[in-house]
Write a protein that binds this ligand. Structure first.
Ligand SMILES: Cc1cc2nc3c(=O)[nH]c(=O)nc-3n(C[C@H](O)[C@H](O)[C@H](O)COP(=O)(O)O)c2cc1C
Length: 334
């Protein structure tokens, strides 16, 4: 029991989930608030050196929680080791019609069909540029998650991602190539071998032409046939990707799972995402990392995902249910 679960969460859960989310992010933009919420507590320490970057601990914010890079510093104050911002698309876009996010407290789950609302790569780049000018974030890597603009036809996807990468390349410590969100029509088709090769070769050609080559990771779906995992991993090795992020939300439903259309996250995803993590680990090269995400709701889930082979771990849904002390709880320091 915490002040969040007894007081703040019941109030926030009276509001539409998206409204509550925007209110929370707006308040976290006040630098003092995140410090106050944690009473200046030291971030949990479990230092790691991965992707040629220093992490003070292995727990990060998953993509989607801070789509627009609004509260980057707050995630650091809230004890996390890194944050993945976005998904960012080349063109600004409003996303799908509302309502489009649903809570299922009894299942510790969320369903969303947001469809990448965001101000576009140029907008995010200017926000991150001013952040980087004002703050050194040496101990807090920033990932940027890239997706396809809805208006761009699938056969031009590679150029759409490339446009975003060109604008954002100097501003991210790593990049996540998102081909796994279920709410952009056709996006998951980019996991087909020929399309994936075209996409990765376009992005890596540019990445290698830059003065600093950035680590690139592929974010995959939990709904892939297990038989396709081997080929996906071998393509990531062919194009020297730094690793894989597993997984995004699922479209799969068990009989008592949330019924709204969209991607399910949280508890119902735990088993599926852990199984994929365990299957991926032996397929990856020794120089590739695995980021585990999906249904990590407790310290036990964190440990289980690490044991399944995750080098880094991310959360979204448990942040909504646990609140500002989530990093300490999940890392077993509460
Ligand atoms: C409301 C919401 C929005 C999300 N938006 C994105 C997104 O823009 N890009 C992305 O790659 N994943 C997105 N995700 C997926 C999360 O990053 C994560 O992969 C998934 O929710 C599983 O983790 P969790 O069970 O800890 O939430 C979103 C998830 C939620 C709940």
């Amino acid at each position: 029991m915490s002040l969040y679960t007894t007081l703040a969460r019941p109030l926030l859960f009276q509001l539409d989930p998206e409204v509550a989310h925007h209110l929370t992010l707006a308040s976290l933009r006040l630098p003092l608030l995140s410090k106050l919420l944690t009473l200046g507590r030291e971030a949990p320490r479990d230092p790691a050196r991965l992707l040629h970057l220093s992490f003070r601990n292995r727990l990060g914010i998953a993509a989607g929680l801070d789509k627009n890079a609004e509260a980057t510093l707050a995630w650091r104050n809230l004890g996390f080791g890194f944050a993945e911002l976005g998904t960012v698309t080349l063109h600004p876009q409003p996303g799908n019609p509302k309502p489009r996010v649903y809570r299922y407290p009894s299942q510790q789950a969320l369903v969303n069909r947001l469809g990448f609302p965001n101000p576009g790569a140029e907008g995010i780049a200017s926000r991150l540029r001013s952040l980087r000018e004002k703050h050194r974030l040496d101990d807090f890597p920033i990932g940027i998650n890239l997706g396809k603009s809805k208006v761009t036809p699938l056969d031009q996807a590679a150029h759409d991602y490339l446009g975003s990468l060109k604008l954002l390349h100097p501003l991210g410590d790593y990049f996540a190539i998102n081909i796994s969100s279920p709410n952009t029509p056709g996006l998951r088709d980019l996991a087909k071998p020929d399309d994936l090769r075209r996409l990765l070769s376009t992005l890596q050609d540019f990445n290698r032409s830059c003065s600093t080559t950035k680590p690139m990771l592929l974010k995959v779906s939990p709904d892939m046939e297990p038989s396709t995992l081997g080929e996906i991993v071998s393509i990531t090795r062919e194009f020297q990707l730094a690793g894989i992020i597993a997984t995004n939300t699922t479209l799969h439903r068990e009989p008592n799972d949330p019924f709204e259309a969209g991607g399910v996250s949280g508890q119902p995803l735990t088993g599926r995402a852990t199984a994929i993590t365990r299957s991926l680990r032996p397929l990856l090269g020794s120089d590739q990392i695995l980021v585990g995400v999906g249904g990590i709701m407790s310290a036990a889930d964190y440990q289980a995902r690490r044991s399944a082979g995750a080098d880094l771990v991310q959360i979204y849904t448990s942040m909504v249910y646990l609140g500002p002390h989530a990093a300490w709880e999940i890392l077993g320091r509460s």
